[in-house]
Design a protein around this ligand. Structure first.
Ligand code: FHN
Length: 471
C-alpha cells in the first residue's frame, strides 16, 4: 500500500505514526555510518559463519510470469519463463493484466518452508521483485504489489517469514535492480523502450526514490538474512551505485549478507568478481548454472535450475535427476561453495511435483550424510579421481571421502588421506566399523567395504556414500 492511503486513517493513528516516524528518523540520524566495505577478515568470518555452514538453500522464482507459464498469444515463447515480458515481448499494460490476475489460492507458506527444511535446505531466497517489477510484499512505495494490485491481498513475504522462522530456515530476498515496469528504469534494452517519450526515464531518480526505499522496507520490516541482487549488468547501474547500496544496507543491518551482484564485479555466468584494481562490494560470488572448476578464496554459491527455467514454464520437462543434483551438491561443498537450487512454483502457488520429488530424495540422502556436508570445510584436495570428493569436519578431526560411485571390487584405495593409527573408519548410515589398512609401499589407504553391501538394496541410501575417517 502506498503512503498516501494514510490520509484516510483516523487522526489518533496518524498521530501515532507521525511520532513513530520521528523517533525512527532520530535513531537513524544518531547511528554513525560505518564503512562496511572495509571490515576485517575476522568480522567477515563471523558474519558469514551461518551461511558457510548452511551449504544448501532453496531459490524461488515466483511472480505473474507463472500465469502465461511460457506461452503468449498462443505461441510458446523461447527462453526462461520469467523473461517472457522481454522475450515475447509483452507490453507493460498487457503484462499488468497478468499481474492483476495473480491469485495463488493454493499458496501455503508452511508447506514451502517444510519442503525446504525436509530437503535439508537451511535458507530460502525468494524473488521479492524480479525484472518484471511486480512486488510480492506490502510495499508502501508502490501499488504494483500483491496487496494493491491483486485480489489475493496476502503479504507473501510476511507469510513466508513466519513459516521459515517456524522451521528454522533463514529467509532471504532476491531483488532485481533492473525493472521493466518502472517508468524511470526504462532503457534501450527493455521491451517498452518505445514508450520512453511518455516518461522521460531518469534511472538515478528510480534508484533514490524507489529501489533504495523498497530494499530498506524489506530489510527493516522482514529482517532477511541475505539480499541477493540481480540485473546489475545494465549500464545505468554504476560501481558507485553498488558501493553506496552495500554501505546503506549494512548500516541498516550490520549482519546482513549481500551477494556480489550489488556491484559491477561479476564476470558473466561464471559469477566470480573481475580481478582488477577496483574493490567490488558484495560478500560472495554467484556462478549461475555452473560450478567452479576448483576452490576459491572468495565465498561462492552456485545457483541452478532443476529443469531449464527459473520461473514456471508449463512445458519444460527437462528435469535433472536426483542422482545428478546430489552429485552437484557434493561437488560444490567439496570445493567450498553453497548450492542454491531453484523451484518455480505455478500460478496457483504449488511447487511442481518433479521438484518436490527430487527435493525429498535429496533430503533422504542428507539425513544419512549430513555430517559430511554441513559445517564441513575443504580438504587439502577436494577430489580424487572422478568418483571421490573430500570434505573435513570443522574441528579438523575427520576427513570424509564421499563416493559418487560404489567401487566395482568392493574395496577403495585412497591416496590423499592417512587415518589416525588404530582408529575406526565408518560408513555413514552403516552400524559397524570397516576394516582398513595402509599399504606401506604405496602409502595408500585401502578400505574394505562389507560384502553384504555388494547388494545395492542393503547400502545406506542411494546415489553417494560417505566414509568418515579420523585423522
Ligand atoms: O535474468 C536473471 C534470471 O531471470 C534469473 O533470475 C537468474 C538467477 O540467477 N539471474 C539472471 C541472470 O543472471
Amino acid at each position: 500500500m502506498k503512503k498516501c492511503h494514510f490520509k484516510n486513517l483516523m487522526l489518533p493513528i496518524a498521530i501515532l505514526i507521525f511520532f513513530g516516524c520521528q523517533q525512527q528518523t532520530k535513531q537513524k540520524e544518531e547511528t554513525p555510518s560505518k564503512d562496511y566495505l572495509n571490515e576485517t577478515k575476522a568480522e567477515k568470518d563471523n558474519r558469514m559463519r551461518w551461511w558457510r555452514e548452511a551449504k544448501f538453500g532453496m531459490f524461488i522464482h515466483w511472480g505473474p510470469y507463472a500465469i502465461p507459464a511460457g506461452t503468449y498469444e498462443g505461441k510458446q515463447i523461447s527462453g526462461i519463463g520469467e523473461w517472457i515480458m522481454n522475450n515475447a515481448p509483452v507490453p507493460v499494460e498487457a503484462y499488468e493484466d497478468f499481474s492483476r490476475q495473480f491469485n495463488p489460492v493454493a499458496f501455503d507458506a508452511d508447506e514451502w518452508a517444510r519442503i525446504a527444511s525436509d530437503a535439508g535446505m537451511k535458507y530460502m531466497v525468494i524473488t521479492s521483485k524480479h525484472h518484471d517489477g511486480f512486488c510480492l510484499w506490502d510495499s508502501k512505495v508502490t501499488n504494483y504489489d500483491i496487496m494493491d494490485f491483486t485480489s489475493f491481498r496476502r503479504d507473501i513475504l510476511r507469510e513466508l517469514k513466519e513459516a521459515c522462522d517456524k522451521y528454522g530456515v533463514k529467509l532471504c530476498f532476491y531483488h532485481s535492480i533492473m525493472d521493466w515496469h518502472h517508468p524511470d528504469a526504462q532503457s534501450a534494452f527493455f521491451p517498452n523502450y518505445n514508450d520512453k517519450e511518455k516518461s522521460n526515464p531518469n534511472f538515478q531518480r528510480y534508484v533514490t526514490d524507489y529501489l533504495k526505499p523498497q530494499v530498506e522496507e524489506l530489510v527493516v520490516n522482514y529482517d532477511p538474512a541475505v539480499i541477493w541482487f540481480d540485473g546489475e549488468w545494465i549500464k545505468d547501474w554504476t560501481h558507485e551505485n553498488g558501493q553506496e547500496m552495500y554501505r546503506f544496507l549494512r548500516n541498516l543491518n550490520p549482519d546482513l549478507i549481500i551477494n556480489n551482484r550489488v556491484d559491477k564485479g561479476r564476470q558473466g555466468m561464471q559469477g566470480m568478481n573481475k580481478d582488477d584494481e577496483k574493490k567490488y562490494a558484495g560478500d560472495f560470488g554467484t556462478p549461475e548454472q555452473e560450478i567452479l572448476e576448483g576452490t576459491s578464496d572468495f565465498d561462492w554459491e552456485a545457483c541452478m535450475t532443476m529443469n531449464d527455467t527459473w520461473g514456471y514454464k508449463s512445458y519444460d520437462d527437462n528435469w535433472k535427476s536426483s542422482d545428478t543434483l546430489i552429485h552437484y551438491l557434493i561437488d560444490i561443498v567439496a570445493k567450498g561453495g553453497n548450492f542454491l537450487l531453484n523451484v518455480g512454483p505455478t500460478a496457483e502457488g504449488l511447487i511442481p511435483q518433479p521438484s518436490v520429488d527430487r527435493l525429498a530424495e535429496m533430503g533422504d540422502w542428507l539425513a544419512i550424510n549430513a555430517e559430511a556436508v554441513y559445517a564441513a570445510g575443504s580438504h587439502k584436495v577436494y577430489k580424487e579421481g572422478e568418483h571421490i570428493r573430500y570434505t573435513v569436519s570443522n574441528d579438523g578431526k575427520y576427513v570424509y571421502a564421499i563416493m559418487l560411485k560404489w567401487p566395482d571390487n568392493n574395496s577403495l584405495m585412497l591416496e590423499n588421506v592417512i587415518p589416525k593409527a588404530e582408529s575406526e573408519i565408518r560408513l555413514l548410515g552403516y552400524d559397524r566399523p570397516l576394516s582398513w589398512e595402509v599399504d606401506p609401499e604405496e602409502s595408500e589407504l585401502v578400505i574394505n567395504l562389507p560384502k553384504e553391501l555388494r547388494d545395492e538394496a542393503k547400502r545406506p541410501g542411494k546415489y553417494a556414500w560417505s566414509l568418515k575417517i579420523p585423522i
